[in-house]
Design a protein around this ligand. Structure first.
Ligand code: SAM
Ligand code: SF4
Length: 344
């Protein structure tokens, strides 16, 4: 694996405080996305290269006990919302037990998950019973053959079964994620948007980002959200519902539709000013900005002699030094982690 930029342990550890963590730019950071594994049962072409993926050996991954301890400490620093992601989070053993433990952590108000849904149907109800509130499901095409090509082997029928099971289990409001890539699935945007007329789902269109291993997909593949909005508006009409809040999606609705549309414009209109999140990689690094390399190693402290107080101080330090925004406009691309390690 390429070298990771590990930030120095702070010289002076801040003493424990009950104040929720803010960064140096005044943003309150209260949302943690946890990558439970860097492995996946798909190989989406915009996320992972087809060959040559190297996965973290199991001993490097945080154990359930380490994760649960970390979530407890993160909650003490003001983190309230947790999203489980991956790689593919449903590959993690004892996912249901982990969800239950995280959902029962004092201070955690919501546990959600982003999944490709291939394995979701049989466990959706158990996850809901364990305390999972909602799921986001990736679906980039409604055509089984295109879906198979985009995901390099994915079975759309099973994904639909996962979507239906999630709905039945009450893992709602359901959000569906589509990464739009020019010349690959941009011709399906109207059909995907049409799903929201009869279903109370939020269909979200995401601009493809240049993560490690797949950066060339974004070189000519980005379809700016404004172009999609104009296209959908010309077909169905569109009502604007809201700008970014804590959610990075701008939301719209087809008049009279049951569901909504969301547009995530990380490239054409970054939402860094309202960013409220950090990411924990499966191997225990706190990753400070999706599109930058800065990380802080929590696993070393967890497995060393770090006390809860020291870990809390490290987390507060990481929040404080969270970069203001990404560097894509200046040509600075991430160089260390792929999206399947960071969880989107
Ligand atoms: N495997 C799960 C899934 O696909 O939903 C969770 C992990 S995946 C990395 C999380 C999200 O990142 C998915 O919605 C996926 O579509 C999105 N994603 C992956 N690669 C991307 C890229 N290069 N640009 C933008 N979004 C990407
Ligand atoms: Fe796997 Fe999700 Fe990446 Fe697709 S987007 S390869 S399902 S981690």
């Amino acid at each position: 694996m390429m070298p990771i930029e590990l930030l120095e342990k702070p010289q002076t550890l801040q003493t424990r405080s009950n104040a929720p963590a803010h960064d140096a730019h005044g943003r309150r950071i209260n949302y943690l996305r946890i990558s439970l594994t860097d492995r996946c049962n798909f190989r989406c072409f915009y996320c992972m290269p087809e060959w040559g993926m190297q996965f973290a050996p199991k001993p490097e991954l945080l154990t359930n006990a380490e994760l649960i301890r970390l979530v407890r400490i993160m909650a003490q620093t003001g983190f309230e919302k947790i999203r489980l992601t991956g790689g593919e989070p449903t590959l993690r053993r004892d996912l249901v037990g982990l969800v239950e433990a995280i959902a029962n952590t004092p201070g955690i108000s919501e546990v959600s998950m982003t999944t490709n849904a291939l394995l979701l149907a049989p466990i959706a109800q158990q996850l809901a019973d364990a305390g999972l509130k909602r799921v986001n499901i990736s679906i980039d095409s409604l055509n089984p053959e295109s879906f198979r090509k985009i995901t390099r082997g994915g079975d759309l029928t099973r994904v639909w079964a996962g979507i239906e099971a999630a709905e039945q289990a009450g893992l709602t409001p359901l959000k569906l994620n589509c990464v739009v890539v020019r010349g690959v699935n941009d011709h399906e945007v109207l059909d995907l948007a049409r799903l929201t007329i009869d279903k109370p789902w939020q269909m979200r269109f995401i601009e493809v980002m240049p993560l490690v291993g797949v950066a060339e997909v974004a070189d000519n593949g980005v379809v700016p959200s404004n172009q999609l909005i104009a296209q959908i508006e010309a077909e169905f009409g569109l009502d604007f519902l809201g700008w970014y809040g804590a959610d990075p999606a701008r939301t719209y609705q087809i008049p009279g539709a049951q569901g909504k549309l969301g547009f995530i414009s990380s490239i054409s209109d970054p939402f860094c000013a309202t960013c409220n999140r950090m990411r924990l990689t499966a191997d225990g690094k706190l990753h400070l900005c999706l599109l930058r390399d800065n990380e802080l190693d929590l696993r070393a402290a967890l497995r060393g002699s770090g006390s809860d107080e020291e870990l809390e101080a490290l987390i507060r330090h990481a929040v404080w030094i969270k970069p203001w925004g990404h560097g894509l406009p200046d040509g600075v691309k991430p160089t260390v982690r792929g999206m399947s390690e960071l969880g989107g």
